[in-house]
Design a protein around this ligand. Structure first.
Ligand code: ADP
Ligand code: MG
Length: 251
């Protein structure tokens, strides 16, 4: 075996597979540039580390299961008067994740709740956090089927190990007692170990109706609101304002 081949095999054995994969290129480059031994060594180690970080980021993004990828920079604050630049900057710093604060985003449909939650989720991933996005409908389904479905089990495991769990469209549908109970247990499990972003088009005082049981609703609300920032978004639907039309004039 050639020294190159042998080195590649050894790098692989030592779990430096990215370096192994690109070794011949790095050697060629070093020869052309007449690099020093040290700068050759450094460049290959640096490459291995950079690729690892990139792969980790890709993995976390996939793991998060966002419905779309829209950043906070794509969120137009001038369209959303109920959130100031200062507030958004504060949210972007993500100290609230370290402090286990929850964010509750309220407001009518089309106002940007999901966009904001995804934007914050992306920011969190870039800062090294584990994030999981799930709609309330999917969550209830996963909670109910986790004993029997492998896929649901995986989802629930991801939720339980995430630093930030985004639960989108809370109370879109009414829950029965069993579902409300399962939801309560999840919130209780997450309470002292992760942050939650929750979006809803219903005010918390209306949640009781949909959850059915007032005692469970109070218990859930207690834990969610204990350390939470509640943000009311209002105004007109961004979707409606910016909708595509087949006529030249919007009606
Ligand atoms: P909600 O979850 O409140 O129903 P979405 O976040 O799904 O609303 O927003 C609907 C659409 O409008 C999305 O495509 C979103 O990117 C866009 N949108 C809403 N508000 C804004 C905003 N302030 N700036 C940029 N795009 C926005
Ligand atoms: Mg939404």
């Amino acid at each position: 075996m050639s020294p190159l081949k042998k080195s590649e095999e050894l790098l692989k054995t030592l779990h430096l597979s990215e370096a192994a994969h690109s070794l011949s290129q790095f050697v060629k480059q070093a020869e052309t540039n007449e690099s020093t031994y040290l700068s050759f060594l450094y460049s290959i180690l640096e490459y291995e580390q950079k690729r690892r970080e990139e792969k980790q980021l890709e993995k976390r993004l996939k793991w998060a299961a966002f419905p779309f990828q829209k950043t906070l920079d794509e969120f137009h604050l001038e369209e959303q008067q109920s959130l100031s630049q200062k507030q958004l900057n504060h949210l972007r710093e993500l100290t609230w994740i370290e402090q286990l604060y929850n964010i509750i985003l309220l407001g009518p449909p089309g106002i940007g709740k999901t966009h904001l939650s995804v934007g914050l989720g992306l920011e969190a991933i870039n800062q090294g956090h584990k994030v999981m996005f799930i709609t309330m409908g999917e969550l209830v389904h996963a909670l109910k089927t986790q004993e029997i479905l492998r896929k649901a089990q995986t989802k629930m495991k991801r939720i339980r190990t995430a630093d930030l769990v985004i639960i989108d469209d809370l109370m879109f549908m009414a829950m029965d007692q069993h579902e409300a109970n399962l939801f309560f247990h999840l919130i209780n499990d997450l309470y002292n170990r992760s942050s939650i972003i929750l979006t809803s088009n219903k005010a918390p005082k209306e949640w009781g109706e949909l959850l059915g049981d007032p005692a469970i609703t109070t218990a859930i609300l207690d834990r969610l609101i204990h350390r939470a920032e509640v943000i009311h978004l209002n105004g007109d639907s961004y979707r409606m304002k910016h909708r595509a039309t087949i006529f030249t004039e919007k009606v």
